[in-house]
Write a protein that binds this ligand. Structure first.
Ligand SMILES: [Zn+2]
Length: 298
């Protein structure tokens, strides 16, 4: 199977990978949706494999929607530091409880990613119940995106692009530049099979808490490194899509990647596992419909 994955992945790389500005980067979202498919049980695997191109390509639709739908933006993050006092997060995990305490406007302003993943899970379950091929694929690709975002530390912080600590660009550095440089060649994407999640909302909250806990490391390590470099050899220009773009140098990226001690790989593995587990849970909750009977024409 490994050979098949590698070959498939080469095809995927050749699609081209524009720089993502909002989350994981387009590359990483496609990468984790792609690899999540191989963690599925036999009852799901053939169907998902058949649509691997769609599920990888459409892993980034949710980010594209941000340009046209104002209500889309807050579904991709949650500023947990806004609700944190003395290292404790004071935010109810259930939406209704949180609304009562903070109002819907406040919650929307500071991001809703865990709750939105829960809504997407319901949507996916419904699509399975209705045997609606198109909706299954759409919801699967989308939930993969939001779950991916929930695993990115800076998606759990209001300092999302280092703008409060003079580290502008760190968002894309961590989630786009590093995966683009290292994921395909170095990351071990052989992961446990998907498991059933009895409480999907609480499961994703745990992942979001982990993201929030990693924020300090993400920022502090880069700060330390840039100070040690005295601002030298941090940025260079690379030609992308016909124009030159400012990027972190490969040598600086390598130092940062090493300092993080596998953090990006761990988060990508966890995101991949979570995506497959959400897909699987929705399918089980829908009564495990026979996916081979879902026609191509619907
Ligand atoms: Zn996103």
């Amino acid at each position: 199977m490994k050979g098949w994955i590698v070959k498939g992945w080469m095809v995927l790389i050749s699609f081209g990978v524009p720089m993502g500005t909002y989350s994981w980067g387009f590359f990483a979202h496609r990468f984790i949706n792609f690899h999540a498919i191989f963690l599925l049980p036999d009852g799901m695997l053939p169907f998902y494999k058949k649509h691997i191109h769609y599920l990888s390509e459409h892993a980034v639709d949710a980010d594209k929607r941000r340009y046209i739908l104002p209500e889309e933006a807050h579904r991709h993050y949650i500023d947990l530091d806004h609700y944190t006092e003395q290292n404790k997060i004071h935010l109810p995990k259930q939406w209704q409880d949180a609304v009562e305490l903070f109002s819907e406007d406040t919650l929307n302003m500071h991001g809703t990613v865990p709750w939105w993943i829960s809504i997407m899970k319901t949507k996916l379950t419904k699509a399975f119940v209705e045997r609606n091929r198109e909706e299954i694929l759409k919801a699967s690709a989308d939930i993969g995106h939001y779950i991916g975002d929930a695993h990115v530390p800076l998606h759990a912080s209001s300092n999302h692009n280092g703008q409060l600590t003079n580290q502008h660009g760190i968002h894309g550095f961590w989630e786009s530049r590093l995966p683009e440089l290292y994921a395909a060649s170095q990351y071990d994407m052989f992961i446990d099979k998907a498991r059933y999640l009895p409480q999907p909302l609480l499961f994703i909250w745990d992942r979001v808490y982990e993201s929030a806990a990693a924020v300090d490391t993400v920022l502090a390590f880069e700060k330390k490194l840039s100070e040690a470099q005295e601002g030298k050899n941090i940025f260079s220009y690379e030609k992308r899509n016909g124009r030159f773009e400012k990027v972190y140098t490969a040598s600086y990226a390598s130092m940062y990647h090493q300092a993080l001690e596998g953090m990006v790989e761990r988060r990508m593995r966890e995101a991949t596992y979570a995506i497959a587990s959400f897909w699987y849970t929705a399918w089980v909750d829908a009564g495990q419909p026979n996916l081979s009977l879902i026609s191509d024409s619907k």
